[in-house]
Ligand binder design. Structure first.
Ligand SMILES: *[C@@H]1O[C@H](CO)[C@@H](O)[C@H](O)[C@H]1NC(C)=O
Length: 172
């Protein structure tokens, strides 16, 4: 009797733990490769977006979780963002230093240097400032201490006004 109860409790506990683990992990986002055969991340999770274009609100911070593998010994990794509008203009997007520094923003206790084949997750908090309210293709790439590209992907986004302002606009 006590034995059965114990098993039942263990099973319940197992399902609870599995449920918690699933709830924490964001779903993968369908991001695209960069031109020129650059290394592609293992997976990218843009919070709240599975299928781009991702709707991103001005004045917010959009979280990206980027799983990537380093292919060499790297001591320093920096994130860079380029924005392409209407397929022509490509402008670098200035990131605050503490956001662009990949090493201090690795998840699950990982830290630099990174060794070849090591896979890690960069928690990228993309600050959305003033941005034209049109579709933009952003290219996010990480470079190492030698300016070699560690990983690169693109994601279509659509920047909108804050949530409340947006609701009013939708009623019109
Ligand atoms: C890493 O690289 C960035 C960009 O080149 C530089 O600003 C930063 O100081 C470097 N950090 C370290 C710890 O070397």
């Amino acid at each position: 009797m006590a034995y059965t109860k114990c098993i039942t409790l263990s099973i319940l506990l197992l399902f609870t733990l599995l449920g918690a683990a699933n709830a924490e992990k964001l779903p993968a986002t369908d991001v695209k490769r960069c031109a020129g055969n650059k290394p592609f991340p293992l997976e990218v999770r843009v919070a709240g977006c599975i299928k781009p274009p991702c709707i991103i609100y001005k004045g917010t911070v959009q979280v990206f979780e980027i799983d990537f593998v380093s292919h060499k010994f790297v001591t320093n990794v920096t994130a860079l963002v380029k924005a392409t509008t209407l397929g022509v203009i490509t402008v670098p997007y200035e990131l605050p230093d503490e956001v662009a520094a990949v090493c201090p923003n690795l998840m699950y206790g990982a830290y630099c240097p990174l060794y070849p084949t090591e896979d890690v997750t960069y928690y990228f908090e993309f600050p959305i400032g003033e941005y034209p309210e049109i579709g933009v293709k952003i290219e996010i790439y990480l470079v190492d201490q030698d300016h070699d590209i560690v990983t690169c992907f693109t994601c279509d986004i659509k920047v909108k006004k804050g949530v409340s302002g947006n609701k009013v606009a939708e009623l019109n």
